[in-house]
Write a protein that binds this ligand. Structure first.
Ligand SMILES: [Zn+2]
Length: 70
């Protein structure tokens, strides 16, 4: 992967996180009606890295693979 690819990947990551929330890059994410939220917790969106409850936010490495592009 070139530097440019890597920069694009990071950019896509930031866009995704801003647009779809913290939960969209978390290993515990679930998708309901097009919105990402914590597993089995539809009302909880994006506060999992700060509110101290479980499941706690955990970055999902496979998200970066998805964002690598062609
Ligand atoms: Zn979450």
């Amino acid at each position: 992967m070139t530097d440019r690819d890597q920069r694009l990947q990071v950019k896509r990551y930031r866009v995704r996180r801003r647009k779809h929330g913290t939960c969209s890059v978390c290993t515990f994410r679930e998708l309901t009606d097009g919105r990402f939220h914590c597993r089995k917790w539809p009302d909880r969106q994006g506060s999992c890295d700060t509110d101290g409850k479980l499941p706690k936010f955990q970055f999902d490495e496979t998200v970066m693979t998805d964002l690598r592009g062609s």
